[in-house]
Design a binder for this molecule. Structure first.
Ligand code: UDP
Length: 415
């Protein structure tokens, strides 16, 4: 029986000092100064899943580090059932460009569940940050509980080409919040409130991203048998979601395999708690791949295994059709694995074409396959791209940089 209340995910302690090896002293000092300015405030983050997907991944790092910096920060996950998540997945899809008509029934489900969740909030916070569209409907009910504390919306999705009806529905809320944060300037659109652009980041200290010793790699290799780290390996790590285009990745792999005959593909995917479409797509992808022993469709892997696969792959592919940011791109680049990715959403922020990977047209699966071959057939280029990749992520996409920008925004909003 599932608890029908909002819940706080359990989180490991994390010390800001853990980042001293990957970021400059000045940035850590800046974080301490910002934290000092926030020493008397309480911040609440609300989202709709504790695991699976980039938002949960970000909050798992941000929340403990903020607390270590003495910025009192809580994270609550909404309680909802599949009816609600079907509506919010349709919202997510439609805001990214395709979805069913938005009905009054869907709006009613959305309003009822967000109202019920909002009613559970009792503590008063000085600022509430809601992530993505799922918790936005709580706005109407929490303003009073929070004694008019500012509400910030952090939008993680790709708003390049949203469907009007859905955008209008979401705008009923977003035009009444205090501030919005987007992952790319082109997503801002006509929103009527102040905005910031903050690129997400990865956490180099986690099990997902830490450096691995030979023993761990060997153990994971055994577990992943018959997949081999000796033969050429390409991987895509993504939720089973139509925007991630696993079928396009399969097509790119088939193209590349014409030239690199022993090539293997690992399609690694998890099921996020707020994503009811995942299982169906997983089954379709598995069915499509079943006749090819070199394609491995792997689900719900532990973070260490994801780490090993991103690290041991010769090339990582991210063949998305839309992508809010795409943490998986930075995760692979950090491990010195070049990435061939679609030129959409947050991917071109991370891939420097011809330097740490290649950008391809999202419709061009064969072109992606050609780029994979280019890298598989050029060991020196792959190594060089891998070094560039590590450097690029180190400079732009690690947690301390994002945290500075986030705390600066919070300080400004509370000012
Ligand atoms: N992820 C994972 N296992 C999987 C699939 C994804 O751990 O099987 C993680 C991945 O490593 C990344 C996050 O989920 O940290 C996905 O974030 P991203 O921003 O790439 O995409 P989103 O799912 O938020 O659209």
């Amino acid at each position: 029986q599932r608890a029908r209340t909002m819940h706080a995910p359990s989180l490991p302690d994390q010390s800001i000092e853990a980042y001293a090896g990957v970021t400059g002293h000045d940035r850590l000092q800046r974080l301490r100064v910002l934290a000092k300015a926030l020493e008397d405030v309480r911040i609440l983050h609300v989202n709709s899943t504790a695991a699976g997907g980039g938002v949960a991944e970000l909050l798992r790092s941000i929340v403990p580090v903020c607390n270590d910096l003495a910025v009192d920060t809580d994270w609550l996950v909404m309680d909802a059932d599949d009816d609600f998540f079907e509506v919010t997945k349709a919202m997510h899809n439609a805001l990214q460009g395709s979805g069913p008509p938005l009905t009054e029934e869907m709006k009613a489900t959305y309003r009822a569940v967000t109202k019920r969740n909002a009613a559970e909030l009792e503590d008063v916070y000085d600022l509430v940050m809601v992530h993505d569209p799922q918790p936005l409907g709580m706005l109407d009910y929490i303003t009073e509980t929070m004694q008019n504390a500012p509400i910030v919306w952090r939008c993680h999705i790709d708003l390049t080409d949203p469907i009007d009806d859905y955008l209008a529905f979401v705008s009923e809320y977003t035009n009444r919040i205090d501030h919005a944060i987007f992952s790319r300037s082109s997503y801002v659109g006509d929103i009527e409130v102040p905005t910031s652009i903050i690129y997400p980041s990865i956490d180099p200290t986690t099990e997902k991203n830490r450096s691995l010793d030979a023993e761990t790699i060997a153990n994971e290799h055994d577990r992943l048998d018959p997949l081999s780290f000796e033969d050429p390996l390409v991987a895509q790590v993504s939720r089973f979601d139509p925007w991630k285009d696993q079928f396009g990745t399969l097509e790119a792999y088939r193209r590349a395999r014409e030239d690199v005959t022993d090539l293997q593909l690992a399609l690694v995917g998890g099921m996020a708690g707020d994503d009811p479409e995942g299982l169906e797509l997983y089954e379709q992808v598995s069915k499509e791949a079943v006749d090819d022993p070199n394609v491995h469709v792997l689900t719900d892997l532990p973070d260490t295994t994801v780490n090993v696969l991103q690290c041991q792959s010769d090339v990582v592919v991210q063949k998305s059709l839309r992508e809010g940011f795409g943490l998986v791109v930075s995760e692979a680049l950090w491990k010195r694995t070049p990435v061939v990715g679609s030129n959409v959403g947050g991917i071109p922020l991370q891939i420097e074409d011809g330097t740490n990977g290649y950008l391809v047209d999202p419709d061009d699966a064969a072109g992606a396959g050609d780029r994979v071959c280019d890298l598989l057939e050029n060991d020196d280029r792959r190594t060089k791209f891998g070094e560039n990749a590590r450097e690029h992520v180190c400079e732009h996409f690690l947690l301390p940089r994002q945290l500075v920008e986030l705390l600066e925004t919070i300080v400004d909003v509370l000012d």
